[in-house]
Ligand binder design. Structure first.
Ligand code: 6PG
Length: 226
């Protein structure tokens, strides 16, 4: 398993940015970049803005999204635009969360996303991990984990009492490079469970069946129990 431990969260963010950049510059053909949500990736997106990357052939997309308006504080689309794509002029494929239900939003996005991914070289997907072992919005014991096809689905998350939209495990597994960026002491116990003990939490399931390269980038705090 390709696990890289950086001394600090900032250095982990830098190492993730360099790994993404190396992937994006390796081809002149159209490719894709799946942007993790949450707070961890923000520093990486800021660093990517400083690098000399040709974003013309890169289409960004969202491995998961909250079922909220795109101007909502919880919107991953808003964060991706604010932290990266508006700055570098990269295209961002965004779910239409104005549709009447999370199911309709996910289904519409799935059609667009499968068309995009089918026409591009295998792309890089950056993902985070929650302390419960979820990645994207594939939370433990939720319905989306049962979907055996590459796709994008609505997923009710009881612990949050909310609907999320998420790429399915098989879709994430089709990535050319899966990059997990995990930092902070709050994640250390789960990091030990999924990496040290290979416990089958959603993030480990995604990693184990991945068709491409998988890289875990941790800081020392998150790797404390390994
Ligand atoms: C989201 C993310 C989610 C995130 C983890 C870690 O939409 O929130 O896709 O999977 O990566 O919850 O979040 P933090 O980076 O904020 O710890």
């Amino acid at each position: 398993m390709n696990v890289h431990v950086s001394p600090s969260a900032n250095e982990a963010a830098r190492d993730a940015a360099l790994a993404v950049a190396r992937w994006l510059v390796r081809t002149d053909r159209p490719t894709t970049f799946g942007l993790a949500g949450g707070s961890t990736p923000r520093k990486t997106y800021w660093l990517l803005r400083q690098l000399d990357i040709n974003w013309n052939g890169v289409t960004c997309w969202l491995p998961d999204e909250r079922y909220v308006p795109t101007d909502h504080a919880d919107s991953n689309a808003a964060m991706a635009r604010a932290e990266l794509t508006d700055h570098v002029g990269a295209e961002l494929l965004v779910p239409d969360t104005s549709l009447a239900s999370a199911t309709e939003s996910a289904a519409a996005y799935q059609d667009e996303l499968l068309a995009l991914l089918g026409d591009s070289d295998p792309g890089v997907v950056m993902l985070g991990m929650g302390a419960d072992g979820h990645t994207a919005s594939l939370f433990p014991e939720t319905e989306a984990l049962t979907v055996e096809e590459p796709g994008y689905v609505a997923n009710f998350v009881p612990e949050l009492d909310t609907w999320r939209l998420t790429a399915t495990t098989p879709l994430l597994q089709r990535s050319g490079l899966l990059l997990f960026l995990i930092t902070g002491t709050a994640k250390a116990d789960m990091v030990q469970r999924v990496i040290g003990d290979a416990e089958p939490y959603p993030i480990r399931e995604v990693a184990d069946g991945a068709e491409g390269e998988v890289v875990w980038i941790l800081d020392e705090a998150a790797a404390a129990y390994l």
